[in-house]
Design a protein around this ligand. Sequence first.
Ligand SMILES: Cc1ncc(COP(=O)(O)O)c(C=O)c1O
Length: 489
Amino acid sequence: MIDESRVLPPGIAADVALSEVRQLRAGDRPTHGGQLFAYVYDPAVPGLDELAAAAHRESAHVNGLDPTAFPSLLAMENALVGAAGRVLGAGPGTTAPDVVGSVTSGGTESLILAVKTARDAHPEIAAPRIVVPSTAHAAFAKAAHYLRVALDVVPVSPDRLRPDPSAMAAAIRPETVLVACSAPSYAHGVVDPVAEIAAAAAAAGVRCHVDACFGGWTLPYLRRLGEPVPAFDFAVPGVTSISVDLHKYAYAPKGVSVLLHRDARLRAPQYFAYADWPGYTMINPVIASTRSGGPIAAAYATLRHLGDDGYLRLADVTRDAVAGLADAVRAVDGLRLMAEPESTVVCFTATEGGPDLFVLVDELTARGWHTQPQLSYAGLPASVHLTVTASVAPRVAEFGPDLADAVAAARAAGPVALPPELVALATSLTPDALTPELVAGLAGGLGLGGGDAPTDRMAVVNTLLDAAPPALRERLLVEFVGLLQRPTW
Ligand SMILES: Cc1ncc(COP(=O)(O)O)c(C=O)c1O
């Protein structure tokens, strides 16, 4: 007798299976339509999704594990690396003719590999360290954690939002294997002083990585459109590696980033090779070994279809959208831009006496605008982040009135008032006092304990998280995500 609870349900028709996926997808944030300002990058180019999906399907079962078995994948990967190099100041006739690179699964993998490569270039350094500004993407902290590399974080001031190059230089120690900076930073969209930082790194004989995951595909086009984009790519002496995500502003479907090194010697420690077992000799340039050809083929087709003219036009459209959104923020009393836009981010905060930002985010959600709240951190105020893509352009005129309306509603609702004992708890707890029971209790008290996806009203949760130090934020959210990640039987 078969125990039904021990076996999978019987197969269903293909169209029924697909309709299940579609039903599940219906509960998601809208990936198209220009109203989601994080997570997705939508150029709103007719037919592009279909092209990418068809290319993905062609290569989904191809395995990047062995480039000799599937030369198509090697050719497409080399073409993507070449394209990224061209966009970022490398290639024949430039000061960086020998740039090489790899396709990875995303920005985080590119950054982990940049740190691994720098670390493994110095086996003689027993306790390697990296220097990053506090605005560097969290993936550097993840890399440091995974790779047991110490993280030296250089603070940024609230007015500049980018590191002082002399502070970066001063943080370099004999054990430093990598200095990193952003072009631009995710949170505020500002470009770090790459030339000065790279010069300081070079003077110390240390590698310098430019994290252009977010903006590496738009900044060069914005410059061509006349924007004052500072030098940040391989044209800058001392820059040894750059990462750029094709699944962001190259508008490829998820799963593709490129990590470039100035030359093959610098790249060499990136490879992992292992022949000491009875199976095939494993030679991996990236973290994954088996790699689907799907994302690479989709990115390849996307790049070929959009081309230089397409990206230039999309950057132009996006630039107009950024300007329109920034104007909308400037026009509302009680808000101010964190920084004048330098790329494709609009980031704003509340002025003294302005609306409660977390209530405002909920009010915007209620009006169909999905923005990203950012908690206060080390002297920087809480803020609202908008990643702007070309799809936003046709919606910009609607945003201003909705923003004004949402601000009025947030003012009328007033700020979130947490019970004082909860604030006291959030501010006084030390990481060691955070027992799983206490964290679960706190999460439960905030309505985060039931294992359900969060509602659209998150102001109370964000206010508590904002009052808590980073270690408590991390613990609370890990607990919460852990509650969400439960098998459905
Ligand atoms: C500047 C920067 N670096 C790295 C990353 C990490 O990229 P991913 O989410 O693809 O791992 C991001 C993501 O937004 C980013 O903006």
